[in-house]
Design a protein. Structure first.
Length: 322
């Protein structure tokens, strides 16, 4: 079935429900959504365009309630309040960074609702996406009014933000991962490495090369490399942190901070005091990941298909490279 034309006129009972439960409460919902996201948002939903997709039930008889809400004692779900609840839940987990991402990716600052037209549908009952800068609540044909509280739950909303078109060099998942899984923890690793080298912290550079890693892995996936793990975007930042953490562990193990001769060897070999992570096409010394030193820079490296495998052993042969 293709897209249906909007209803020319709804029945009196449905129009009254739309007025009482949706139109009269729309401004309050816009205020709630704006408060959650920290900037002004509007809601643009056309009841007449949605109603033709109803089943013989909730959405058919109580369209306004279905879109917005019903009296609390009935405990029935609603699309807009469900979306606001889910967005607020995620904001409470990730804070201002998440709000900034949503407000940037959904630059129109409009919440709308529409039919899922992708074939096959991307969702079983409903979900969301971003189109023309609008965050759209979507329902699958024949499922209007089913499982509607979950259209903007974290998995669906993350997917929508991740797949939204944009000019940024990395995806939403990777950017959020950097903020939550890398930035808060890497300072301690750099402090440990600097301490073992007898250097002030700002004299040591840890270079994660996030954009280059993203580009390499993305290109590998698009080229059909089935060895690249499916969850690489979600784990890119965390795995990068773990490679550096494994380096710090190995430096402790070989007593860089205790043995002057070992410390001297590291300082001579890594003359720039820069430690970097990178994805390479082929490894030189090992099967899964390795240490390599070029032009005074120590590289922790792996290939696209081995990214995330045996991370703890990335620097196990550090002494051999010195």
């Amino acid at each position: 079935m293709g897209r249906l034309p909007p209803a020319e006129k709804l029945s009196l009972a449905v129009r009254k429900n739309v007025r009482d439960e949706w139109e009269n409460k729309k401004a309050d919902l816009e205020e709630q959504l704006s408060g959650v996201l920290g900037t002004a948002w509007t809601i643009d939903i056309q009841p007449n365009a949605i109603w033709p997709y109803h089943n013989d039930g909730y959405a058919k008889e109580s369209l306004g309630s279905c879109i917005k809400a019903v009296p609390q004692q009935l405990m029935l779900p609603s699309y807009v309040e469900g979306a606001i609840y889910q967005i607020n839940y995620i904001v409470n987990r990730y804070g201002d960074d998440f709000k900034k991402e949503v407000n940037t990716i959904c630059g129109a600052h409009i919440l709308s609702m529409d039919l899922e037209e992708a074939q096959p549908p991307r969702f079983s009952y409903g979900g969301c996406d971003v189109l023309d800068g609008k965050l759209r609540i979507l329902f699958v044909e024949s499922n209007l009014g089913t499982n509607i509280d979950y259209c903007c739950q974290e998995e669906a909303l993350t997917r929508a933000l991740n797949e939204a078109p944009g000019d940024t060099p990395m995806s939403f998942k990777v950017r959020m991962g950097i903020r939550t899984d890398y930035d808060p923890k890497i300072h301690d690793v750099r402090r440990q490495i600097a301490g073992m080298l007898g250097k002030p912290e700002d004299a040591v550079t840890l270079t994660p090369n996030f954009e280059a890693t993203f580009a390499k892995l993305d290109a590998a996936v698009k080229a059909g490399n089935s060895d690249v793990r499916d969850d690489w975007q979600r784990n890119l930042a965390d795995f990068t942190f773990r490679y550096f953490d494994a380096l710090a562990y190995q430096m402790k193990y070989i007593k860089v901070g205790e043995d002057e001769l070992v410390q001297e060897g590291v300082l001579e070999a890594v003359s720039t005091n820069e430690y970097a992570f990178r994805i390479v096409d082929e490894l030189k010394h090992d099967s899964y990941c390795e240490v390599d030193i070029e032009d005074g820079v120590l590289y922790l490296q792996t290939t696209p298909g081995k990214f995330g495998i045996n991370i703890d052993y990335v620097a196990s042969k550090l002494m051999d490279r010195l």
